[in-house]
Design a binder for this molecule. Structure first.
Ligand code: ZN
Ligand code: ZN
Ligand code: ZN
Length: 349
């Protein structure tokens, strides 16, 4: 914070608060706010009824509780005594109703984004965080290994999706974050909502699934085919496997996020599928499913050991089918390690 010239961080419920204090606050209409000061005088302001949960989290931060009829912003102003005209950095996800409330009490402060500080901390994972991400990746790999036994003609996406969700929990996740089962033409929509379509012979099926295990997220995509693959699928999938592997191989300290994206994009361009790769190559992952760093053109961020992100190029042919291969990769001292290790070839069921 001193390096960034910030006097205090104001962080509401969400991953930054969880990261900094261990407290998983509920996103309520009542104010919960960590006031972390550069001089080390930190306070966590919570609604009185949340005090037991905040205490149980063992934050090590002084708790201030605010009753139902008290003004929580007065408590924030007290916590910021001496910094009324300072540089205050606000959590990126703090709801506008709370920010406007705080700003009403501190009209002379300067306002910045807390990610100026928290982004650097959260992007570079500690060994313990990488261990947690690896455990989550291994668990979701076990779910994918069971997917062929769940997919068959005659079942709906939703039926398959429910079974996958149960497996995600059975393999050790505490929460299912999302289950995408996108069959046939639905696969051409990257974030297709699993629905009532019935699987049939000749369908390509994109299965993108993730959950939370010991606070850290898993996220992995594999492709499946029911019966004989649709025309054009095999060639496209070979090109996608090459592109995804090349992008994973390009990961090492010192290269930029944009350069990794460019590797996947170039390979798919060369194979004639460039216009059908309609999203960035990947996103960071940790306490949140999507966080920094984003593996996207224009992001000149230089990769460093400990950064963790997905490499997930895809090819989407509207009206026909889609495909995506996704692994989580961690930057090591001299390269990258894929935490998902299941084979990437499309599996015929
Ligand atoms: Zn996504
Ligand atoms: Zn992803
Ligand atoms: Zn995914």
């Amino acid at each position: 914070m001193r390096d960034a010239g910030i006097d205090a961080l104001l962080v509401g419920p969400g991953a930054d608060l969880h990261y900094l204090t261990g407290y998983r606050a509920l996103p309520l209409e009542r104010l919960t706010l960590l006031v972390a000061r550069a001089d080390g005088h930190h306070r966590l302001i919570v609604p009185t009824l949340e005090r037991p949960r905040a205490e149980a989290a063992g934050t090590g931060v002084e708790l201030v509780d605010v009753g139902e009829t008290d003004d929580p912003y007065a408590a924030v102003a007290v916590a910021l005594t001496g910094s009324e005209e300072g540089r205050l950095a606000v959590g990126d996800r703090l709801w506008s109703m709370f920010l406007l409330g705080v700003q009403g009490w501190l009209p002379r402060a300067q306002w910045l984004r807390a990610s100026a500080v928290t982004r650097q901390l959260r992007m570079r994972k500690s060994p313990a965080e990488i261990t947690a991400l690896r455990r989550a990746a291994q668990a979701i790999d076990r779910v994918h290994a069971a997917v062929p036994s769940l997919l068959r003609a005659g079942r709906t996406e939703a039926e398959v999706g429910r079974d996958i969700a149960a497996r995600i929990v059975a393999e050790g996740h505490s929460a299912v974050n999302f289950v995408i089962v996108a069959s046939g033409p639905n696969g051409a929509s990257p974030h297709h909502e699993t629905g009532d379509r019935t699987l049939r012979d000749g369908d390509a099926v994109v299965v993108d699934i993730g959950g939370t295990l010991d606070d850290y997220c898993s996220d992995c995509t594999r492709d499946y085919v029911v019966g004989a693959p649709p025309i054009g699928f095999v060639e496209a999938h070979e090109a996608l496997e090459v592109a995804q592997a090349a992008a994973c191989d390009a990961v090492r300290p010192g290269v930029t996020a944009a350069a990794v994206d460019a590797v996947a994009r170039q390979r798919l361009d060369d194979a004639g599928y460039g216009e059908h790769f309609i999203h960035r190559t990947g996103h960071g992952i940790g306490l949140e499913e999507h966080e920094e760093p984003y593996i996207v053109a224009g992001n000149e961020l230089v990769l460093e050991p400990g950064m963790a992100f997905s490499i997930e190029p895809g090819v989407y042919l509207p009206g026909r089918f889609g495909m995506r291969i996704e692994d989580i990769v961690v930057v090591t001292e001299d390269g990258g390690e894929r935490l998902n290790t299941l084979d990437r070839a499309a599996v015929t069921v």
